[in-house]
Design a protein around this ligand. Structure first.
Ligand code: NAP
Length: 313
């Protein structure tokens, strides 16, 4: 069976760092086109200035991977699904919860695959942690996601504009892991959102969660910070009622139990994502997980906002 053809929409940092190498390495799709408003090119692959141009020029294209900022994702995904294409969408999958639910309906009506690619979930250490927590007996969970926005998102003004998620852009990765590893749902009980006086979205956030059952007996917290210099931290620490401590670090890539590393994988998230996307298409199903986006919306609902010092690159 020949590979489905794929158009990559939005050729920015993540498309170059991860999508293009993963498409090439996994060989589950044939890269047929790029969509790049600024005209990024790749030898042997046509570039279009808009998705609409690509869809008109390549009516037989099978699938798209939408790697734009989230603000334009809903419109582009609807356009692609209505043109009969399967769609992989980067995280956050849409700017709002309503948009994401609409996309799920559009995919169903079109009979096409929609895949919300929460890349951090595609780590073996995340699956291993989920298995260890399946029986409950969890005393506390502390999420710490502290990174330097100037290093990881240089000049990306969209991230600080309304709909750009601010520090929740990486923070939602942590929530995609949290909601995957815990055996019960959690609800946002309180949140503090620190927003630079010259921007729209938070640069730091603290969230307190209430677990849905006593499978988690103590606090569940998250701290997201975009101004971390020096060591960068993407970790989740779980304390178990039996005294064990689980350290899920490197954004979900490594797991240590009581200080002994049990899983440490190289970065293969995006390879797994493309294999999964192909598998979904072959099986004729979608994979849509709205839970992390719900928690961000809930943080905005119950959160207190504080204005902090202006941010400039
Ligand atoms: P980025 O570097 O700003 O790239 C976004 C790209 O989307 C730009 O090349 C932009 O092209 C293009 N674009 C914007 N509107 C478009 C449209 N209507 N049609 C086609 N292309 C359009 O951002 P990024 O860091 O790659 O992030 C993109 C998404 O991936 C975000 O949702 C982010 O959360 C997610 N992500 C990022 C990372 C990371 O490490 N950066 C990791 C995982 C996931 P122009 O510049 O020509 O407008």
């Amino acid at each position: 069976m020949s590979n489905p053809t794929l158009g990559l929409v939005g050729v920015g940092k993540i498309a170059r760092d991860q999508h293009l190498p993963s498409i090439a390495e996994t060989a589950r799709f044939d890269l047929a086109a790029l969509v790049s408003p600024e005209g990024v090119t790749l030898p042997g692959v046509p570039t279009f200035r808009s998705q609409a141009e690509m869809l008109a020029a390549l009516p037989d294209l099978d699938a798209v991977a939408i790697c734009t900022p989230p603000g334009v994702r809903h419109g582009l995904t609807v356009e692609a699904l209505r043109a009969g294409k399967h769609a992989l969408i980067e995280k956050p999958p849409a700017a709002t919860v309503s948009e994401l639910h609409d996309l799920a309906g559009e995919a169903e009506r079109a009979g096409r695959t929609l895949f919300t690619a929460w890349h951090s979930q595609f780590n073996p250490a995340v699956d291993a942690t989920r298995a260890l927590l399946a029986g409950g007996g969890i005393r506390s969970v502390a999420v710490t996601w502290r990174e330097d926005v100037r290093r990881w998102h240089p000049g990306q003004d969209w991230i600080f504009a309304a709909g750009g998620f601010g520090v929740f852009d990486p923070g939602i990765n942590a929530l995609s892991i949290l909601t995957r590893i815990l055996p019960v749902p959690v609800f946002v009980q309180a949140a503090e959102l620190l927003v630079p006086e010259n921007r729209d979205t938070p640069i730091e956030a603290r969230l307190d969660f209430r677990p849905a059952s006593d499978a988690v007996s103590g606090p569940v917290t998250a701290h997201f910070d975009f101004l971390q210099l020096g060591e960068q931290t993407w970790s989740i620490v779980v304390e178990m009622a039996d005294g064990r401590r689980l350290d899920l670090t490197r954004g979900g890539a490594s797991l240590a139990v009581d200080g002994v590393v049990t899983v440490a994988e190289p970065d293969t998230e995006y390879r797994r994502i493309y294999r999964h996307f192909r598998d979904l298409i072959d099986r004729g199903v979608s994979d849509v997980d709205a839970t992390p986006l719900h928690l961000i919306a809930d943080a905005y609902s119950v959160g207190r906002r504080r204005s902090v010092a202006a941010f400039d690159w």
